[in-house]
Write a protein that binds this ligand. Structure first.
Ligand code: SD4
Length: 329
């Protein structure tokens, strides 16, 4: 089936969502947010714009989506000013910056790393686990040893300025078990999904996770099926936001399976958000966002609260799109 050409409903929905504090579902009746021909890259949040451009350098030369997503999210991992991806990230409650990442390709091969410390590119460690071991996931000391054995670049974390913020946070937060806060101020995981010129899909997701989390906590981002899922027959999805809620509904896998059943990417994301909302009595600060693409190049997103946006890159587009959402903050 021929792919439809892009139309700017996503941008229109975004503009409306800025000006009208109503449920976005009331604003746009189309079940499609957008559609593109040829290679396409989608990634979460505004840092995705720069990441997408690096990924595009791979795809425009006819490269594979797998290489594109790895190169793309590495840009964000390298950004020392980014406080929730890579080695510039914020630490857990005990002062450790623990990094989570995963990658998945068109053959359903996948690699994942969690609770990794002091390694500059968790996404490449995840890829090495996928390509060089019989396993899918390595965590903690074993993952660190694996990365060091392969000669991965190291870094001292937390960065001095991040440590200063952490010391301040400790003074102000004596109650270590206070309710988590993931809102429009403190989110930044990058999830990237891409389709190459061959029509093959891959995805990558990388984060330092929820700032000041419990030591040992792992979120959705490195969990295949939660923070990321790719099925080359159907589509790909990634997630950002409160990892615990996303894991509970196996979020990204749910989105891909809904697309298999015929849901558009946007409607699949919306249904995943509906499930999250229905399973939580208290939605305070419970932001969760999904972003998806199908095999025809249709894409869409949906979030619990307003404020989520994603970066889109195609041959003719390089833009940030505001997601539709269920409720305003
Ligand atoms: C986590 N999902 O560790 C990540 C955090 C995130 O936007 O995406 N924040 O739960």
């Amino acid at each position: 089936m021929k792919r439809r050409s892009f139309f700017k409903l996503g941008a229109v929905a975004g503009a409306l969502s800025v000006f009208k504090p109503a449920k976005a579902s009331n604003l746009l009746s189309s079940s499609f947010e957008g559609s593109a021909e040829g290679p396409i890259i989608l990634s979460t949040w505004s840092h995705g714009l720069e990441a997408n451009r690096a990924a595009w350098n791979v795809l425009e030369k006819g490269g594979k989506a797998l290489d594109a997503v790895e190169q793309g999210v590495k840009v964000t991992e390298s950004d020392l000013n980014n406080r929730s991806v890579g080695i510039g990230g914020r630490p857990d409650r005990e002062g450790h910056v623990t990094l989570d990442a995963c990658i998945m390709d068109e053959q359903s091969r996948c690699g994942s790393v969690a609770f990794l410390e002091g390694i500059a590119h968790p996404i490449s460690v995840a890829r090495a686990i996928m390509e060089k071991t019989q396993h899918v996931m390595l965590v903690g000391a074993g993952a660190n040893k694996f990365a060091l054995d392969l000669g991965f670049k190291t870094a001292k974390t937390p960065l001095p300025e991040v440590k200063k913020d952490y010391e301040q946070w400790k003074k102000e937060n004596k109650d270590q078990f206070k309710k988590p806060e993931i809102n429009h101020e403190n989110h930044d995981t990058i999830g990237m999904i891409a389709m190459d010129a061959n029509g093959d899909l891959s995805g990558a997701c990388t984060t330092s996770g929820w700032a000041y989390k419990m030591h040992g906590r792992v979120g959705d981002s490195p969990i295949i099926g939660a923070g990321l899922f790719v099925d080359n027959e159907v589509g790909a999805a990634t997630a950002t936001g409160m990892g615990e809620a996303i894991i509970r509904i196996a979020g990204s896998h749910t989105v891909v399976e809904l697309m298999r059943q015929g849901y558009s990417p946007k409607d699949a994301c919306k249904e995943a958000v509906r499930r999250i909302i229905s399973k939580h009595k208290d939605l305070t600060n419970l932001q969760c966002c999904f972003l998806a693409i199908d095999k025809k190049g249709n894409y869409g997103s949906y979030s619990v609260y307003s404020g989520f946006n994603y970066a889109l890159k195609t041959k003719s587009q390089d833009m940030l799109v505001d997601s539709e959402f269920d409720r305003n903050w």
